[in-house]
Design a binder for this molecule. Sequence first.
Ligand code: COA
Length: 321
Amino acid sequence: MSGSRIIGSGSALPERVVTNAELAERIDTSDEWIIERTGIRQRHIAGEGETTSTLATAAARAALADAGIDASEIDLIVLATATPDNTFPATATKVQAALGCNGGIAFDVAAVCSGFLYALTTADSLLKTGMAKRALVIGAETFSRILDWEDRTTCVLFGDGAGAIVLEAPGDNAPGTGVLASRLHADGAQHDLLYVDGGPSTTQTVGHLRMKGREVFRHAVVNLSSVLNEVLEDADISASQIDWVVPHQANARILDATAKKLGIPAEKVIVTVQSHANTSAASVPLAYDTARKDGRIKDGDLVMFEAMGGGFTWGACLARI
Ligand code: COA
């Protein structure tokens, strides 16, 4: 069995860093509360002129450079975001224009914090059909623009950023390399636990993120453990064979609880939530790129990606790098 291969990665973060202490000057919170409940110490916040598409384009350029290929070789762009530049056209088409690789397939995927898993699985499926040869799979967000900065229960949790990978069609890959197994799920009945209270067809406003944090937490651990077990079973692999877990970075306590449930040691879990906070669809590729660039994740490693988000949506994907 061989799947599409990840041949490069890149990421981009806004210049401006906002610490917990800075937030505590504006709202009734504290550095201690945020660190203890979430593990977050700081987040990057987009400034004037920085948008989802500019961050996505910067991450995509970095991924192309890492893969050593030219943008002209990209014939598919799948961009996961819940904070597009505009309602339409897709932010993926803006990235395509910025990279100058027009003519291929380009579209957005909306699955909020699971967006990158949905985008990766969609791109892998399209590459396997032969419709495209090389894809940019991007997660990019500017959640700071949909936060209610008066609501301390949500605004301290999120940040902005983008991550990207270049995914190549299976071709002559050696068996057992590339994407080995993926599973995606959704449960629309849980809409009210995590949603945005606006949109073009309802309020004609952008709206703000609303969340029942404690209930989301409870569902996250259950859903993630279950989908991770499904993927392990599909790939006929045991948890002990995984070299690295690259999870969605929502909360350090969710990461700990999920790893513990599967019996995966904490040292094998890539954690970036302390410096990026929750960047929604961007968090998995941002964490992956961080661990690739600092040398932890190496060629040949078995890596599990996983995420859960609004919808609810959740998914996992196992790949041999
Ligand atoms: N600073 C200080 N106090 C805060 C606060 C903040 N930023 N936010 C909430 N509090 C208070 C609450 O008002 C509450 O006070 P009360 O007991 O007087 O009513 C207290 O802290 C506990 O709140 P609670 O919501 O029960 O805390 P918690 O331990 O569940 O932690 C989250 C809150 C949001 C950090 C946690 O539930 C969580 O991480 N949930 C998952 C969210 C998530 O990951 N979402 C994204 C999924 S993609």
